[in-house]
Design a protein around this ligand. Structure first.
Ligand SMILES: [Cu+2]
Length: 141
C-alpha cells in the first residue's frame, strides 16, 4: 500500500471572526409525534418547517427562542457532534438534560457564533436528537 502522511503545517483550525453587529432571531418549538417515536422541532418530518436549517456568519449574534410544545422534557443547545449532546458550543444551552424545560415552558439564549463550521442544534436530553430533534446550524466564514 502506498500512503501519504502529512506532518506539520496543517491548515490552521478555523477561528471566530470579530463581532459583525448582525443579529438573528430564530424561533423553535419542541414537538413529538402522537406515538412518541419521533421527536422534532416545529413540525413532523415531511411537513413544512420541520427541523429548519439555520445559516449565519461567524461573529453574528444569534438568539434562539424555544418553546416546549410537547409533553416530555426537553433542553436546547448547539453542538459540534450531533451524536453527542455534551459537545455544546458557543454557550448556546437553554436548560440542560439534568434540568430540562417542562411542557409549556419557553426559554431563550443569545450567543455569538464562533468558528466557522457545520454544527447542529439539538435537544440535549439523551436520545432525543437520535429520535429526530436535530437540525443544521451552519456558521460561514
Ligand atoms: Cu428532547
Amino acid at each position: 500500500m502506498v500512503g501519504k502522511i502529512n506532518v506539520g503545517s496543517a491548515e490552521a483550525a478555523p477561528k471566530a471572526a470579530a463581532p459583525t453587529g448582525i443579529s438573528h432571531n430564530f424561533d423553535l418549538k419542541f414537538i413529538e409525534s402522537p406515538d412518541f417515536k419521533t421527536l422534532v422541532f416545529n413540525a413532523l418530518p415531511g411537513e413544512e418547517g420541520s427541523n429548519p436549517d439555520f445559516k449565519v456568519k461567524s461573529g453574528d449574534s444569534v438568539t434562539f427562542k424555544v418553546e416546549n410544545a410537547g409533553i416530555s422534557f426537553h433542553a436546547f443547545a448547539v453542538v459540534s457532534d450531533v451524536d453527542d449532546p455534551t459537545t455544546i458550543v458557543f454557550n448556546s444551552a437553554i436548560k440542560s438534560a439534568n434540568n430540562p424545560m417542562k411542557a409549556g415552558e419557553t426559554g431563550e439564549v443569545t450567543f455569538i457564533a464562533g468558528a466557522p463550521g457545520e454544527y447542529h442544534y439539538v435537544c440535549t436530553v439523551p436520545g432525543h436528537a437520535l429520535l429526530g430533534m436535530q437540525g443544521n446550524f451552519i456558521v460561514e466564514p
